[in-house]
Design a protein around this ligand. Structure first.
Ligand code: CA
Ligand code: CA
Ligand code: CA
Length: 658
């Protein structure tokens, strides 16, 4: 009985603990790609892998090949193993192949090592089956001489770690070949590797395991034709990589959790103009601290919820493009929030920030933004757009669309008050259901669109409902001789930010501003509509015999006063309106005009003194700016204008009664 028990133990013991239970180390001693079935003193890499496949547990493969080996290269101190077929890791067989164990006469390099694994057409280097093997590669050089081999490392692993390796093709290929493209069921670490001359560098997929992580860190990718890094999965961390020359630097798809794309450097001038960082998926991205200096029209192409912050984005002069933003927000989703904050964006070939395709809740705040193309520095697609893509405000902002087509704030005046300080007063015609609002004031770079650009954020103020707002700000270095421009942004309670409002140059308090720049507004004998600020004139053809310009000068504030002998009170700033000959600046007299012109002044009911009645608005006229006469003007309450037909140059302002 006792004997039988021992026999049973031996039999079942073997079944429970198959042969070679414990992890083993197999040492490769030659470069030749033989397979005699054993890894002993004579051991090829293929024999080592086969032995590891036959042994459970995590086995290690190390190298100890002599310099007398036929494939030792004394010039670069490397041993080349030419693989005639793929090295296959069997299901459930974990393995670590460590190239740093092969020492030579020189130090192990940062990327790659003394062991070169060489493959050619349609020979993969390594693959795994079953999704149950943990695979680790360290300090190996993987080289392929073919432009057509699909993948150098593929298959399905449990966890996969590739570190300190150098992956290169002799032939740069334009076919859609990916150098490293595993699917994993466990976590992936791809760090401190260099990939050279590839079409697609590294791609990984892990969409089955929500607790797995994918870490792609500190890799160097050069000589690409297509995509640098393309991780897909849960909990991605893509950090500190340097990518040059690729059509698309990083394409990250976040299956779930929080995915980080931080502190990467993406450079190059690939002419295909795709994206620097593309982020999509249902997870939430943090895209932070990256430096992107490329000709990609989209530096960051976003289709996910995200925080985009502290990135430095510049363009290096690809063809100017009107359908892409350097930060291109295309979530096409009213529930995905996006925050774009503290980025520095300086570009010459695309719009700095573009919100597109039904995206909303994009909050844009505290960025430094400049561009040298004419289009809106922040563009919301839709609404009524001018040639610079500036979307017009609508009354009460009831329109819907991209970022709710949030109305931009208007700066009514900005005055330098001494001691490096300005007072800025503005208004917002907002939708009351979207209150409260946040106004951000920017020191503007006076962008050619007339709307914004932001050299420096001057901070924010909150506005509980639509109407007037004001801020007092300090700009070191400014004085009465050095005055800044200002522009503002508004964000509603849902987090949707407007385009920049019109840029206004500050003036010194108490001084009248400079008039408009001299330009030909109407050619001789030509009619048309000429707008200067709140003044809109409509001129019939043949009214003037010379090339003309409309010279207007707006004098703000001053004490509101009652027009002598009437019930009307001042209701706007005073505008001097003068038609002048472009050639000699001479004022055109009434008798020199063939026909009268329509002079109309815009107003904003929000900034109208509360007790003055909008319906009583009229234009008042003065020849000298001091003695006023109320005219028989026409109020257009729908278009918020008051107009008269006149031949009189002179001073105009709006008046109203209580
Ligand atoms: Ca627009
Ligand atoms: Ca709206
Ligand atoms: Ca609007």
């Amino acid at each position: 009985m006792k004997r039988l028990f021992i026999i049973l133990f031996v039999v079942f013991g073997f079944l429970a603990f198959p042969s070679n239970t414990f992890a083993a180390t197999y040492t490769v001693t030659k470069t030749a790609d033989t397979n005699d079935g054993t890894c002993d003193a004579d051991c090829s890499l293929r024999e080592a892998v086969a032995s590891a496949n036959a042994n459970s547990g995590l086995d290690s493969v190390t190298f100890n090949i002599s310099t007398g080996d036929a494939n030792y290269n004394s010039t670069d101190d490397t041993w080349t193993i030419t693989l005639g077929s793929v090295l296959s890791i069997s299901t459930n067989q974990s393995i670590s192949i460590d190239g740093s164990t092969q020492t030579g006469t020189t130090a192990i390099p940062t990327y790659g090592g003394k062991i070169v694994l060489l493959t050619s057409t349609n020979v993969q280097t390594l693959t795994a089956t079953g999704g149950t093997s943990d695979v680790t590669l360290n300090h190996l050089t993987l080289k392929n001489t073919s432009a057509t081999t699909q993948i150098m490392i593929g298959g399905t692993t449990a966890s996969l770690t590739i570190q300190n390796c150098y992956v290169t093709r002799d032939v740069q290929t334009s076919a859609n070949n990916t150098a490293i493209a595993p699917t994993a069921t466990g976590s992936v670490i791809f760090s401190n590797n260099k990939i050279d001359s590839y079409n697609r560098g590294f791609q990984s997929t892990n969409t089955t395991n929500s607790s797995a992580t994918t870490t792609v860190d500190s890799n160097l990718l050069v000589g690409a034709t297509s995509i640098g890094l393309r991780p897909t999965g849960y909990n991605l961390t893509v950090t500190n990589n340097t990518i040059s020359d690729s059509n698309q630097g990083i394409i990250a798809s976040c299956t779930g959790g929080t995915c980080l794309v931080n502190t990467n450097t993406i450079t190059g001038s690939n002419t295909s103009h795709f994206s620097g960082i593309s982020a999509s998926g249902v997870g939430t991205f943090q895209i932070s601290g990256n430096t992107i200096n490329t000709s990609h029209w989209r530096a960051i192409d976003l289709a996910s919820a995200a925080t985009i912050q502290n990135n430095i984005i510049s363009g290096n002069g690809g063809t100017a493009n009107t359908t892409n933003g350097k930060i291109h927000i295309d979530t096409n989703d009213t529930s995905k929030s996006v925050t774009v904050t503290n980025n520095t964006i300086s570009v010459s070939d695309a719009i700095p920030i573009w919100v597109n395709s039904a995206s909303t809740r994009a909050t844009i705040r505290s960025n430094v933004i400049s561009s040298s193309i004419q289009y809106a520095p922040i563009n919301l697609s839709g609404g009524t757009e001018n040639t610079n893509l500036i979307t017009q405000n609508d009354a009460q902002d009831t329109d819907a669309g991209v970022n709710s087509l949030m109305n931009y704030p208007k700066i009514e005046w900005a005055e330098y008050i001494g001691n490096h300080q300005y007072e800025v007063y503005g208004s917002l015609d907002g939708n009351s259901s979207e209150s409260p609002f946040t106004i951000e004031l920017c020191k503007s770079n006076n962008h050619s669109s007339g709307h914004g650009g932001c050299e420096q954020s001057m901070g924010t103020t909150s506005l509980s409902s639509q109407g007037g707002w004001s801020m007092t700000v300090t700009i070191a270095g400014d004085d009465a001789e050095h005055l800044s421009y200002f522009s503002a942004l508004a964000t509603n309670s849902a987090g949707s930010t407007s385009e920049f409002g019109g840029t206004v140059r500050a003036r010194v308090r108490g001084e009248t501003p400079l008039g408009n720049p001299r330009q030909i507004d109407l050619l001789a004998y030509e009619g048309g509509i000429v707008t200067k600020g709140d003044i809109v004139t409509i001129v019939q053809s043949r009214t003037f015999r010379w090339d003309m310009y409309l010279d207007t000068l707006e004098t703000l504030n001053g004490r509101v006063f009652r027009i002598s002998g009437s019930q009307f009170w001042q209701a706007s700033s005073v505008h001097r309106v003068t038609w002048r000959s472009f050639y000699n600046d001479a004022e055109v007299l009434a008798k020199e005009m063939k026909s009268p012109f329509i002079l109309s002044m815009k107003y904003n009911p929000i900034t109208l003194e509360k007790s003055l009645r909008e319906r009583s608005l009229r234009l008042a006229y003065s020849t000298n700016g001091t003695s006023w006469k109320v005219t028989n003007s026409v109020l257009d309450i729908k278009n918020k204008t008051v107009a008269i037909l006149t031949k009189q140059n002179g001073y105009y302002m709006l008046v109203a009664s209580y």
